[in-house]
Design a protein around this ligand. Sequence first.
Ligand code: ZN
Length: 218
Amino acid sequence: MAYTLGFTDGTQYQSTLGKIVCVGRNYADHAKELNNPVPTEPILFIKPESSAVSLNQDIKIPSNDCHYETEIAILIGSTLASANDKEAEAAVIGIGLALDLTRRALQSKLKANSHPWELAKSFDGACPLTDFVKRDQFSSLNNISFSLHINDELKQDGCSKDMLNPVIPLIVHMSQYFTLKPGDIILTGTPKGVGELHSGDKLRFKLMDKLQLETNIL
Ligand code: ZN
């Protein structure tokens, strides 16, 4: 069944979810915590539509090495191919949060063998998503703060002002390689504080004063 994209005002988006284009190491403090070099060019990868699940319900994890990465998710509302800044600006129609779930031990093994990351990042359920807040609720894309608490403890606390590639240049860059279509989503990278998830964990997400959500790990 196709994933239905919804807004926090209760309306649905007319396009179904397409692909999810992601960037690795977009915050210097996260690159450092995993002992990765800070990249000079964005590291891009894609999660398929089949990896999406809604954070409005409790979520399942596939293994004990599954890490959370809380990220700002951008909903794209028009076609972008080799876009300029102005076109990219106009295509952003919603802002939400996502978990870029990652099987960290498996990813480390794949990286050590110079293999692609899909087995670690693109499995069914690897992209839990909140509903989207409409774009006009934000004055700027470059000052969006968000946080994740697990079992009432603050684990991640980020702001888009700290991105190495800010939202619009990132979308412009992605559109040089992948045509973005209405219903596609951009994941913008995670700040520091990533870690393992465990069955029974209670997650609380906050996106400024626009969205707050609690979800349990089954
Ligand atoms: Zn990520």
